[in-house]
Design a protein around this ligand. Sequence first.
Ligand SMILES: Nc1nc2c(c(=O)[nH]1)N[C@H]1C(S)=C(S)[C@@H](COP(=O)(O)OP(=O)(O)OC[C@H]3O[C@@H](n4cnc5c(=O)[nH]c(N)nc54)[C@H](O)[C@@H]3O)O[C@H]1N2
Ligand SMILES: Nc1nc2c(c(=O)[nH]1)N[C@H]1C(S)=C(S)[C@@H](COP(=O)(O)OP(=O)(O)OC[C@H]3O[C@@H](n4cnc5c(=O)[nH]c(N)nc54)[C@H](O)[C@@H]3O)O[C@H]1N2
Ligand code: SF4
Ligand SMILES: [Mo]
Length: 764
Amino acid sequence: MSRGAPEQDIDENGLRVGEPGHAAAGVKGVLVSLQRSVEQMGVARTARTLPLLNQRDGFDCPGCAWPDPRAEEGDKRKIAEFCENGAKAVAEEATTRRVGPEFFARHPVAELTERTDYWLGQQGRLTHPMILRDGDTHYRPIEWSEAFRVIADGLRELDSPDEAAFYTSGRTSNEAAFLYQLLVRSFGTNNLPDCSNMCHESSGSALTETIGIGKGSVSLSDVEHADLVLVVGQNPGTNHPRMLSSLEKVKKRGGRIIAVNPLPETGLMRFKNPQNARGVVGDGTRLADEFAQIRLGGDLALFKALNALVLKAGAVDRDFVDGWTHGFDEFAEQATEVDWDATALATGLEREQIERIAEMVIRSQRTVACWAMGLTQHKQGVATIREIVNLLLLRGMIGKPGAGVCPVRGHSNVQGDRTMGIWEKMPEKFLAALESEFGVPVPRQHGLDTVDTIRAMRSGRVKAFIGMGGNFVSATPDTDATIRALRDCDLTVQVSTKLNRSHVTPGRTALILPTLGRTERDVQAGGEQFVTVEDSMSVVHRSRGRLAPASDQLISEVAIICRLARELLGPEHPVQWESFERDYDVIRDHIANVVPGCTDYNRKVREPDGFVLPHPPRDSRTFPTATGKANFSVNVPEPIEVPPGRLLLQTLRSHDQYNTTIYGLSDRYRGVEDGRRVVLVHPDDIAELGFAAGDLVDVISEWQGEEGLEERRADRFRIVAYPTARGCAAAYYPEANPLVPLNSVAEKSNTPVSKAVIIRLERA
Ligand SMILES: Nc1nc2c(c(=O)[nH]1)N[C@H]1C(S)=C(S)[C@@H](COP(=O)(O)OP(=O)(O)OC[C@H]3O[C@@H](n4cnc5c(=O)[nH]c(N)nc54)[C@H](O)[C@@H]3O)O[C@H]1N2
Ligand SMILES: Nc1nc2c(c(=O)[nH]1)N[C@H]1C(S)=C(S)[C@@H](COP(=O)(O)OP(=O)(O)OC[C@H]3O[C@@H](n4cnc5c(=O)[nH]c(N)nc54)[C@H](O)[C@@H]3O)O[C@H]1N2
Ligand code: SF4
Ligand SMILES: [Mo]
């Protein structure tokens, strides 16, 4: 039997702090994943479910977007092709706990609002469509057909389709994503904000500009055959655990790893592979050869210095630069001298270390650069990634085996959703293809992204919100402002698997539409269906759930979209919506005609390992940029001014959460147990600020807005002494989101700056 959901809320006084972990994974990781699985779904269901995870005829892990081994690359899948956190993600979805009509009858919305994200998520799977009508205190069950009528009426009442915003989180399958954007564009708007706006948008912007395509250029085999891997602004031990197996292979082949991070993340330092004897009993593999403990936001200065050193050493790959790039002279002109004082200030690193790293870069014949949120969620995130591209271009590291760019994606299908058209500014070519395939007019005016959607809600320009998965309120910045914005909407609709804060932040009329998850069987009139997804390395493959659905009321995301479309667009609409729901092959035939690189989609996704989407720079050193070449760029670091007595805060993930879904209250690798309202600060900073470890403080962020200094608060955090870079602090997302100002965004990508918030601490 599974254990019940916690009745009590979190007791912050239960916080315990120990030594940060020594090595990632190992047997402890295996035990934790089994324990969680059994707690949530019982022994029998665990035994049925986990063996199907990431297998060819099973389902794609709903955890991160790290790829699976492929036979084509000479790799065999193991029996347990998953990690501790993948197993936890499955347990969360396959849980036997249920949130049905009785739950909502028992708990008024006003009470649920007071609960933590952890408590809400732990209550279980949503089982019935529910509605909260204007003036009601409780959600009540509603029939599906009536739900679609209410939503369609609400949308039709708007003065313009642009008054609605249609959000997507990155778990939505390719089939559902393709139909969703078709529905939204048929309705008449490009307002398709998504989680990617808060995630790898900076990578997309920087890569499109420099190499012509916003995706990574490496395969799993490239990473594993590199002789140098840079892991910058990323915590793979927690967020992409199976990446550690690949890094271990790099080490075994004699390659080197450089970790650039303000925190000595356990997984980057050492890894115990539970799948071999050394990982089970020994000390594990040491991963990072060089750990550059950088200050938050210092990466642009670091990479500028590295590039100057590469130029100075004459280590430029002239053939590559002459043959395939544009803008080298202008770049080289400004990249000659390193301003060591400015670099030290921005990075906090010693000159000797930067020179050592430059040496490693210069000696490397096959370099891969990996990064994640530590780079993208900064004001100069786009510029920083462009500067990393400069480094790879100088060394000719794009479009050859064992080398390239590797933005490591978050959600399991966030990359696929973009490929399928979930973007507020899809290129004209895609829109034109969509229009001609379906014979419906498609709007061309760019839509709103996530931050602009919140702004538009605040000024009354957006009045209806539909979320295809995700947890908009807890994931976005400036929580208090976002809550008000959402509450001001006339209509809010959340298509979800589990209860979350967005459900208890209703607009005037609010609906919860429960849906099938990845692990569940999807049976339609045309038989049992599978869906397709794309991983971080552009591999598209099938995913098929096997468990019985959490309730007989659940319908798939595809079915929800098709039924809403029929209600909203009417029976005369030229798109044959009913044909899609019966048989997903029909959707895939349209995908093949519209989405670049997807010809013959139905056949190719049925290959055992799926297929790899084209990537011109990787495949043939073709760069589809404006200049037709890979572009060098000139990037100028702007120092982040932190006033005296203040710290620079990053908001990050613990080892026991999936974004806004909290699995548990501990962060094992960082030695934090049973408490999430903590702020990690360097011991010397704690002393200098006049506090002691364990003190209870309110955290206040300071932001220079257009109308002067703005302050935002998050109360009652415990100070934890932690070996982070000096002057820097860390707190968990989403608890710290009220501190992130809505207007603090990355240049070009409009991504919230979640990794550099100026804060002060006050005794609580
Ligand atoms: N188990 C689990 N897996 C996940 C997720 C999850 O929540 N749980 N989330 C998924 C999603 S959507 C995403 S996007 C990814 C996120 O994966 P990550 O990007 O690894 O996630 P974060 O916890 O935000 O960690 C950011 C890392 O960057 C470092 N960092 C912060 N600022 C800087 C900086 O200025 N410079 C440098 N060099 N480093 C910096 C932090 O110390 C931290 O190690 O993980 C995905 N996988
Ligand atoms: N301060 C701060 N804020 C951040 C970040 C940060 O590092 N710091 N990271 C940002 C990043 S990288 C991201 S990606 C966003 C994440 O933002 P979101 O994607 O919006 O958030 P999640 O927590 O992943 O969404 C969880 C919810 O998705 C629903 N769900 C799960 N599986 C399915 C499914 O199969 N179908 C459907 N329909 N629903 C499902 C469940 O109901 C669950 O409650 O947050 C961003 N916000
Ligand atoms: S590395 Fe990511 S995709 Fe792979 S099993 Fe772990 S969570 Fe799932
Ligand atoms: Mo993400």
